[in-house]
Design a protein around this ligand. Structure first.
Ligand code: 0X9
Ligand code: ZN
Ligand code: ZN
Length: 308
């Protein structure tokens, strides 16, 4: 059965989505924003006190890359922390009274499921979606190169057999289109966009091309505060900065796209570790990783709440 301190298969996560929503119907509403290429429903959980009128919101997604299992574990952890600490934790209570958090627990469900169903280690390392590409047996595109942000201009490949294949056009991947449509539709209320990856212990923000964001100074200072909070728990070291100069330039990423749409507080987390285990982070690290990351996400959320 489902466990917050283990990695869960898609089937278990799907059942958990139903049960956690049903058990916390005072705080959680769920909606299907579309289906994946292979037909799996993409559920977004809206978490917050139900006030009957639209509230300012934060959009949080995990698992855009299939093999980054700790990312997917974090969204489940976040939902559980939100519902179990609402009322007892003043910061969470205030946040969920005033704002909603939209959580997409697994962005790339087909890819995630593929990393579970196959016994071959090479498929545990699958990153992309599972769509068919014209004229080749190689499947999938990198959803984090498929957004309409300087699409396929740098740090992305036109070769469908590569891990950073940008797709046949921006939003060619149905999962990307579903998320982009949802954020576009709700852009007047979405104040922050947080996307969770692994690994490298980084907190990144726009741009992933060589240009400073207009809000660079503020994004950097909020990131530094978030890291300070994260590090305070177990001493885990993080670096913060704009994507292009902190890791590498890359076009078509969700965070640049969200920022250019007008979502000012747009961040990418790259969770533990720094390479010892990489994408194969042991289950013993799920709890400490999620607990420390909660502090950083809550720091950003509380900052955004204060700007309202
Ligand atoms: O390359 C990526 O997509 C991310 N790193 S990962 O190792 N998790 O694949 C970095 C975030 C990229 N974000 C943008 N390009 N906007
Ligand atoms: Zn990633
Ligand atoms: Zn906790």
């Amino acid at each position: 059965s489902h466990s917050y301190t283990k990695y869960n298969s898609w089937d278990k996560i799907q059942a958990w989505i139903s049960s956690v929503s049903a058990a916390n119907s005072d705080l959680i509403s769920r909606q299907v924003i579309g289906k994946t290429y292979e037909g799996r429903p993409m559920n977004v959980l809206q978490i917050g006190k139900k006030t009957g009128s639209p509230k300012p919101a934060i959009f949080l997604d995990c698992g855009i890359h299939a093999r980054e299992w700790i990312s997917t574990a974090f969204c489940q952890w976040f939902v559980n922390e939100a519902v179990t600490t609402y009322r007892s934790d003043s910061q969470m209570t205030s946040l969920l009274n005033q704002m909603d958090v939209y959580v997409l627990p697994v962005f790339n469900i087909d890819g995630y499921d593929y990393t579970w169903k196959s016994m071959e280690i090479k498929n545990r390392m699958w990153r992309k979606t599972r769509s068919r590409n014209y004229g080749t047996r190689c499947r999938g595109a990198d959803p984090n190169r498929n957004f309409n942000a300087r699409w396929c201009t740098e740090g992305a490949s036109r070769n469908p057999c590569r891990d950073t294949y940008c797709g046949s056009k921006a939003e060619s991947e149905i999962e990307v289109k579903n998320v982009a449509d949802f954020i576009r539709k709700n852009k007047s209320i979405i104040k922050a966009y947080i996307t969770v990856h692994s690994y490298s212990q980084l907190l990144l923000f726009p741009y992933f091309y060589y240009q400073l964001a207009a809000d660079h100074a503020e994004l950097m200072s909020v990131a530094r505060g978030a890291i300070r909070a994260l590090t305070s728990m177990y001493g885990t070291q993080y670096r913060a900065g704009p994507g292009a100069t902190t890791i590498y330039p890359a076009s078509g990423g969700s965070v640049d796209w969200a920022y250019d749409l007008g979502v000012k507080y747009s961040y990418v987390f790259e969770l533990r570790d720094t390479g010892r285990y990489g994408f194969l982070l042991p289950e013993s690290q799920i709890k400490p990783t999620c607990e420390e990351t909660m502090l950083a996400v809550k720091y950003i959320a509380t900052y955004v709440q204060k700007t309202l």
